[in-house]
Design a protein around this ligand. Structure first.
Ligand code: XLS
Ligand code: NI
Ligand code: NI
Length: 435
């Protein structure tokens, strides 16, 4: 017996590029082999519970537009109904993973003790559904930004009671993630930042955040959680200035607090753009440090400058992202989470399915283009050629010498560098052959 919410919508199948069926995959074929691995195992798609099932369609100018039978979301029976519908959509899409915040899955009832009880109850229920369907948890996380108690931050809050509340909340969410066999645990610090320096002790807040994250790592080992702890960089929104600004900032933070071997990054396309970077830049920065964990594949509106969390639809952008992910060895515990929501006018159940079908297809096209570039080897060959000067023994021994020794050699050998073209346009043209 289904809920009937997706009535008339069949399981989505791969029908190939010539299909005219709007709810078919034209590129995503889970079993297709790409660089020796099934496409599904490369991409590891996840549905985000919050955008797909908890978000009600409000914006700063208007209230809910999405009328769902599980609203209002303050009741355990309706939370179960929401879970039933979620698993029906997972079945329709055949995507292997999902992600949640505590506040998306349990009803909001007030006291910590009551929320803990309903979180345990709903995660037991979700666990049974996971068993029955085979759908897995990519990551769990705590919502420490919506409720008013978090308005001044969670672990960075000036009030020690809020720090305590954050610790208890994250513990409960790590327990639930562990119980459900989650492959990662994410911390996104939406309110870990500030509105004005005038009321903020920035150094103290960073120290508290570093101590908090160390407690998270200690607790992971205490309970034997084998997943990866991930932090998710974002420069601003909702805070004016967020401490986890971008990948480079997070890496510096993790090193300062001794967490570089314990924590990796969950990178989001839209957050990269908000920070003034391309997505592939963020991926390359994390990969260079061995800290690439997982991705949130949702874009922004390039005109509005907001974090609009739209489904991806730009194959060339997505292709470059997967190119650098594949070059870094692909995902291990990570995956591709659609931290994306439909537009507030997209009120039909079918819109939810269509959004994911399109997102999965765009990612599949991007992955195939990335794999083709890797197989062709053109970008690699260009890089090897560009840096080939460093293959010589003289160049290598220079790295082990000193400024004065190098200066003496420049004079003695009359070194006079000859500029070479960076060939950017030629490389861009090359990429365009694949996308
Ligand atoms: C918000 C973040 C959030 C995290 C999970 O911008 O992307 O959705 O992914 O808390
Ligand atoms: Ni985001
Ligand atoms: Ni995100």
């Amino acid at each position: 017996m289904t809920s009937g919410f997706f009535e008339g919508i069949e399981k989505v199948r791969y029908e190939g590029v010539d299909s005219r069926n709007p709810l078919a995959f034209r590129h995503y074929d889970p079993d297709e082999m790409v660089l020796g691995k099934r496409m599904e195992d490369h991409l590891r798609f996840a549905v985000a519970w919050w955008h797909s099932f908890a978000w009600e369609g409000g914006d700063p100018f208007g209230g809910p537009t999405l009328v769902r039978p599980w609203h209002p979301q303050d009741d355990m029976g309706r939370a179960r109904m929401k879970a039933d519908v979620a698993f029906e959509m997972f079945e329709i899409l055949g995507q292997p993973y999902f992600c949640w915040h505590d506040a998306d899955i349990r009803p909001e009832q007030g006291s910590f003790a009551e929320n803990l009880r309903t979180l345990e109850e709903i995660t037991d229920y979700i666990g049974e559904k996971m068993q029955a369907s085979g759908t897995k948890l990519l990551w769990g996380t705590a919502n420490m930004f919506s409720h008013r108690c978090w308005m001044g931050g969670a672990s960075t809050n000036p009030d020690p009671d809020v720090f305590a509340f954050a610790a208890a909340t994250v513990k409960s969410c790590m327990d639930a993630t562990h119980k459900l066999g989650g492959e990662n645990y994410v911390l996104w610090g939406g309110r870990e930042g500030y509105e004005t320096l005038l009321n903020t002790d920035l150094g103290l807040e960073l120290d508290h955040m570093g101590r908090f994250l160390n407690m998270v790592v200690d607790y992971k080992h205490k309970i034997g959680f084998k997943g990866t702890i991930l932090v998710e960089p974002k420069p601003q929104e909702p805070s004016k200035h967020q401490y986890d600004y971008d990948a480079a900032t997070c890496i510096g933070f993790l090193r300062k607090y001794g967490l570089e071997d314990e924590v990796k990054l969950n990178l989001e396309q839209g957050h990269a753009i908000l920070a003034g970077h391309s997505f592939e830049h963020e991926i390359a920065v994390a990969a260079a440090e061995g800290m690439l964990g997982s991705i949130d594949m949702n874009r922004n509106d390039y005109q509005s400058g907001w974090d609009t969390d739209q489904f991806p639809n730009n194959v060339p952008e997505v292709a470059l992202a997967y190119y650098y992910i594949l070059k870094a060895g692909g995902f291990s515990t990570g995956g591709t989470n659609f931290d994306a929501k439909i537009r507030r006018q997209s009120i039909d159940p079918e819109d939810l399915v269509a959004a994911h079908v399109g997102g999965m297809d765009v990612c599949a096209r991007g992955l195939k283009a990335a794999a083709a570039m890797i197989e062709d080897g053109g970008l690699d060959a260009a890089l090897t050629d560009r840096y080939s000067g460093w293959d010589s023994p003289e160049a290598q021994s220079m790295l082990a010498s000193s400024l004065d020794e190098i200066a003496a050699r420049v004079l003695a050998e009359g070194i006079n560098p000859e500029p070479r073209s960076g060939r950017q346009e030629r490389l861009e043209n090359y990429v365009n052959r694949f996308v």
